[in-house]
Design a protein around this ligand. Structure first.
Ligand SMILES: [Ca+2]
Length: 391
């Protein structure tokens, strides 16, 4: 009785280890300890979960049901006269109550919604054929069937988290099988990748389909990012395709586009684009600095467009030199590999382009260069013909 009493005190105060030393009835108490451990785990589950209607919360009243089972088992545990059968039975009942309690959780429906959206994106972005980027003939029909099945499951509702996990697994297996049938590299769709989609020159980024601009970092920065055509801008003599190119100006977070592509751990991505200098003004001493396009692949950790809370998957500085060359776009490739086991699995990728000049304290984008002498630099660059491949 004495030991059982101490054990129950330990349980109440949440100790995670229980000693079996100095116990005469060792075998019996070993089985008791299994039960005690199970009760302790159940109590921890009760204290670490809340009831509510949000994903991951538990249905109203479910805690009391679970607690009732736990307390009944605790009585068996604390009673020194409990038979081995009663202890075994209590052990099973607590375990199955734990499974039932888990099923009372409001399921993380968003995981399936995301998996379906990713699958649809992949399905729509690929065509059957024999060329690189095509999916092998006969692959689309079974994949679409798997997507439709997942969608029907989602629409029907009334599922538990365990059932939802199974549905996500089924769709994931179908998605991976489909991806394995893609020949060579997969072309990640980038909308309006060559800025021809707007059809007119503008600095109003709300009018430029699919690309975003979060504004200048300083109020005095008068130049704006946007899109221009060869006929409207004398410094844009030619583009690599079409007649429009995007403009990225200094003193801003640049331009960016959120893609349908979720992060694939273990994959290598190749980001390609063309760049050219639009303006690269000398500083007040007449010095001309090397101009760069900074290409980045990021994910937003919280709000879309919130650059104070991002994870940079990779970035690369691409030099355009310091001379303005009116007829030349330079082609760049930026390769990045996502580590296996990356916690960013499935997070939507964002492609971002910024510009800066050497001699400028880039990290802080302040007015001093590395020699701490004041410089005035200003640059704008053209970006065009963006593509992203997953290998
Ligand atoms: Ca273009």
């Amino acid at each position: 009785m004495k030991y059982a009493y101490i054990y129950s005190l330990l349980l109440i105060f949440g100790f995670s280890t229980m000693s079996c030393e100095e116990n005469e009835d060792y075998l019996d108490n070993t089985f008791r300890n299994y039960l005690g451990y199970e009760i302790e785990q159940a109590n921890q589950k009760i204290t670490s979960t809340v009831e509510g209607t949000e994903e991951g919360q538990y249905n109203a009243g479910s805690k009391n049901v679970y607690l009732g089972v736990i307390n009944a088992a605790l009585d068996v545990f604390n009673d020194n006269n409990s038979s081995q059968n009663a202890i075994d039975e209590a052990y099973k009942v607590v375990q199955s109550a734990g499974v039932n309690y888990f099923d009372e959780m409001v399921p993380f429906t968003s995981t399936l919604v995301n998996a379906i959206s990713e699958a649809n994106f992949l399905y729509n972005a690929t065509e059957e054929g024999e060329n690189e980027g095509n999916v092998k003939p006969g692959s689309k029909a079974p994949f679409l069937a798997a997507i439709n099945e997942a969608q029907s499951f989602l629409d029907a509702g009334g599922y538990t988290q365990s059932e939802l996990n199974d549905a996500v697994s089924l769709l994931t297996v179908a998605t991976f099988a489909y991806e394995a049938n893609i020949i060579g590299a997969f072309n990640v769709p980038i909308a309006n990748a060559s800025f021809e989609g707007s059809g007119f020159s503008t600095t109003d980024f709300s009018l430029i389909p699919n690309w975003n601009f979060t504004g200048n970092r300083y109020g005095w920065a008068s130049v704006s990012s946007g899109v221009v055509s060869t006929s409207d801008d004398p410094s844009l003599v030619t583009t690599t395709d079409g007649v429009y190119a995007g403009i990225v100006n200094n003193y801003s977070n640049g331009i960016w586009q959120k893609l349908g592509e979720g992060v694939h751990p273990g994959s290598t991505y190749i980001l390609s684009f063309d760049g050219s200098i639009r303006t690269s003004l000398a500083d007040w001493t007449g010095a001309q600095y090397e101009t760069f396009i900074l290409s980045r692949v990021i994910v937003f950790n919280s709000e879309e467009g919130d650059f104070t809370d991002i994870t940079v998957l990779d970035q690369q500085s691409n030099s355009l030199g310091s001379e303005i060359d009116l007829d030349d776009f330079i082609s760049f490739t930026h390769s990045l590999t996502i580590p296996q086991g990356s916690p960013l699995l499935g997070k939507k990728m964002v492609v971002q382009f910024k510009t800066y000049e050497a001699g400028f304290a880039f990290e802080n984008e302040i007015w001093t260069d590395s020699e701490s002498s004041e410089v005035w630099v200003d640059s704008q660059v053209f970006v065009d013909n963006v593509s992203l491949k997953r290998e």
